[in-house]
Design a protein around this ligand. Structure first.
Ligand SMILES: [Zn+2]
Ligand SMILES: [Zn+2]
Length: 295
């Protein structure tokens, strides 16, 4: 019998909040002061935000002195020097940019922070972070499957290839979509994480992210995900096509509709995930449903 391990049994009492975990300010190479970045995301109706300046930890006391404008503000940093970039989400001190990034991951986990691997397919050779490194590292929660700013740089802002290669090894890592905004206007509101959050604290957002109770999006809204045995139904507000994929990115179903009812019969699948394609270049991606087979 087939069933799934998945993060979408949403506990009652939460609400959906849209969040960006990757934004730069004048604390590093961003164009605007931290408060101006906060104001912009708040005006766009976001629910949470993390300032992720390069090797600069924006801590709880700095954030307490800002006007949050209704946003939940998360402490954070973009681990940058001497290796592939990673988000440090939460914690109470800077994670050092050690050459051995496993050391950085371990340091983050020791202070209950989380690590996300950033924009793997940045650069003309699409090799900011190799699959070999991502497969070797242990203890990070996910990777940016979409990074907005790479859309105006070399490489690809998408990293679904790396995600599928990790998932097919049985590595249950979450997909994230972030702006990586450095300036106003075109860097803003490109990708976000719609997250089921209980309460108003940074810890509540951290818990939801750690458990995978979110979906990354560039414009498609998922209205419900229901799972029963080997069946999954995904309903969206505005998808025009939904694709169900398994190991190695192999497509199992494609429907030109805003919803899909999918039944898995392949017992050798490691995972299933869904891509919801909307108008233009808008997408929403579900987190993986890891396949469990029992007698
Ligand atoms: Zn970066
Ligand atoms: Zn960045």
């Amino acid at each position: 019998m087939i069933s799934f391990d998945h993060p979408y049994d949403l506990p009652a009492g939460g609400r959906w909040r849209r969040g960006n975990l990757h934004a730069h300010s004048t604390q590093s190479d961003g164009e605007r002061e931290p408060q101006a970045v906060i104001d912009d995301y708040a005006a766009r109706g976001y629910g949470y935000l993390m300032l992720s300046d390069h090797d600069t930890f924006t801590d709880q006391s700095f954030l307490a002195a800002c006007d949050a404008k209704g946003l939940i503000l998360l402490p954070g940093n973009e681990i940058t020097a001497r290796g592939p970039h990673m988000l440090q989400i939460g914690g109470d001190a800077l994670v050092e940019p050690t050459t051995d990034r496993q050391v950085a991951i371990d340091q983050a986990n020791a202070m209950d922070a989380m690590i996300v691997v950033n924009h793997p397919n940045w650069f003309a050779r699409f090799n900011h972070c190799s699959q070999e490194r991502m497969a070797a590292w242990q203890g990070y929660v996910g990777l940016e499957i979409y990074n907005g700013v790479i859309g105006r740089l070399d490489g690809s802002q998408y990293a679904l290839d790396h995600w599928d290669m990790l998932l097919q090894k049985g590595r249950c890592v979450w997909g994230f979509a972030n702006d990586d905004s450095h300036k106003p206007g075109g860097d803003m509101e490109l990708g976000w994480n719609t997250t089921w959050v209980h309460g108003d604290s940074p810890e509540a957002v951290m818990t939801a992210l750690r458990e995978g109770r979110f979906y990354p999006s560039t414009g498609v809204v998922i209205s419900s995900i229901e799972v029963e045995g080997n069946r999954i139904s995904v309903q969206t507000e505005n998808a025009e096509r939904i694709v169900a994929l398994r190991d190695s990115g192999r497509r199992l179903a494609v429907v030109d509709d805003s919803r899909i009812e999918f039944e898995l019969t392949d017992e050798d699948a490691t995972y299933i995930r869904f891509e919801c394609w909307g108008k233009g270049e808008s997408f929403a991606w579900t987190q993986p449903f890891m396949v469990q087979v029992s007698e």
